[in-house]
Design a protein around this ligand. Sequence first.
Ligand SMILES: [Zn+2]
Length: 340
Amino acid sequence: MRAALMQRGKIWVDEVATPQPGPGEVLVKTLACGICGSDLHAAQHTEEFVETSREAGGAFKLTTFAPVVLGHEFSAEIVDFGPDTQHTLKPGTVVCSVPVLSRQPGLPIGYSDEVHGGFAEYFLLSERLLLPVPQGTAADAAALTEPMAVGLHAVRKAGLSGHEAVLVLGCGPVGLAVITALKAIGIAPIVAADFSTGRRGFAELQGADSTVDPKIADPFDHADLRKPENVVIFECVGVPGMLDQVYLGAPQNARIVVVGVCLQMDHARPLIAVNKELNVQYVLGYSLKEFKETLEFITEGTFSVQTLITGRIGLDDVATAFDALRTPEHHGKIVVQPSA
Ligand SMILES: [Zn+2]
């Protein structure tokens, strides 16, 4: 079968062996697989990504310099069953799953050199983690379950009462997922900030009430955020220095939810946060329940995701797409369709 491989930033398409499902596993055919910001980071800064993953541990990690087939935001079709499987779902059923293969230890699908991710014609999933995608739901929309679940989780962790004013910093895929989830539970006002005009446009489509270009105006100074007791800031950028800027800009007693993943050493001045008694919550990923709920929200239209998909490509265009996404002005999500 064909697969897009990545090693130290180089991406190429090659013939690889079609995987054989082990006990409790199914072979699936990839229908759609989104390119994630973490994939770009893994390719552009492999050294750093691997070093940090090895030190930090956790779920979404690339700990190898060997070639990997990336891709952890997928929908796929059941093709074949391994031993010790229940066959509850029929071949041909469209499914989603959290990107983990339940072996001992569990393998991160899309960041492992032992199993392939979704940028391949076929890959393996654990039968017990399969979630059937209801008929009528587009496969590429279902592939967005994973990134949208990150937004749902971040918003749940924030424990909002509904009386908050919210600022979302960064309107990349993570920020857009957060805005989508905020909108779905009726939070308003939502102020969103990003340097990119294109991304601010996506933020408005997903439900931001107003957007700010930080080059032109200070997002923290927005009229909607002048309720000092009730401001919640979602940091969705994840670059060094960002947290310090948030400390500086945040009003007294603000809550900060850190969703953006900064992989480098960062510096922030605690005294600023101390003086303002800021409340900082780091979040990661989602629960199995949140993942399942996200698929339901996409299916029933509570989360609108179709406007986020701005590109559908084959395996041969993966390398070009990784380049294009370095300057993401025109793109929400690019989805790879290996068999299309
Ligand atoms: Zn991702």
